[in-house]
Design a binder for this molecule. Structure first.
Ligand code: ATP
Length: 223
């Protein structure tokens, strides 16, 4: 199989808002996996969580500000243009069609999202279209639930090179050098309490949030 096949990543999320945990992880995951391009894709209304307070278009605008000119990262609005619920399986199928059968497609998720993978729509089918790379996240060192172990089966590989031998179907646990204990929930909470969020997210994103008055009324969604 051609080693010149494009290496494409997908990092979906609510990005409510985008922060340095997402961005530094994206840069390091891209480097570790040798990705040509990493699509960062906001979900309009994620299937497994409550309605975000800031609209999808506004979250996309913040994502674009956050990425700015970072090489290889791309703010991708495809899920916002889609009617109905946004499922990762549909996004992977679209990316596969765009980049071709030989492309190495990698879906990147944090360990917290990985723990919920068995509940995802058509979870087993994801592996027919992409590899899965799971980023360690501070505060989430829980053992895998049985159904997750079953879902992953014998797919796990240790090295990025082993993933890149084929277009899809592998799973790799990534321990990226700069793990950051930053979450969007924490940022929304601090903004709601009028506290500083400096250095948690890019300055341009923070300024836009303040100028627009986003997240001033944080309400816990009990997540
Ligand atoms: P929230 O606190 O609102 O649940 P979040 O900060 O977890 O949000 P999401 O938009 O849900 O952000 O995350 C998108 C993806 O990025 C998920 O796969 C998530 O696990 C991962 N992720 C988020 N923050 C980090 C972080 N600090 N380090 C590594 N991965 C992260």
């Amino acid at each position: 199989m051609s080693s010149n096949a494009p290496r494409i990543g997908m990092l979906g999320g609510t990005f409510d808002p985008i922060h340095h945990g997402h961005l530094r992880s994206a840069v390091e995951a891209r480097e570790t996996l040798g990705l040509d391009r990493l699509h960062m894709i906001p979900a309009p209304k994620p299937p497994l969580r409550g309605e975000p307070q800031v609209s999808a278009e506004q979250r996309l605008a913040l994502l674009k500000l956050g990425i700015a000119d970072t090489p290889g990262l791309h703010a991708d609005d495809r899920e916002l243009r889609r009617a109905g619920p946004s499922y990762s399986i549909d996004t992977l199928i679209e990316l596969r069609e765009e980049y071709g059968q030989q492309a190495r497609l990698v879906m990147i998720i944090g360990f917290d999202a990985f723990l919920r993978l068995p509940q995802w729509h058509r979870a087993q089918e994801l592996f027919a279209h992409a590899h899965l790379a799971v980023m360690a996240r501070p505060g989430y060192a829980t053992p895998w639930p049985d159904e997750l172990t079953e879902l992953v089966g014998a797919r796990e590989v240790e090295q990025a090179d082993s993933l890149m031998h084929r277009p899809s179907g592998g799973v790799m646990m990534l321990t990226l050098p700069s793990q950051m204990a930053i979450s969007a929930t924490y940022i929304r909470q601090r903004l709601g309490e009028g506290k500083s969020t400096r250095y948690l997210l890019p300055k341009a994103v923070e300024e836009a949030i303040r100028a627009e008055g986003f997240y001033r009324h944080f309400a816990s969604r009990g997540e």
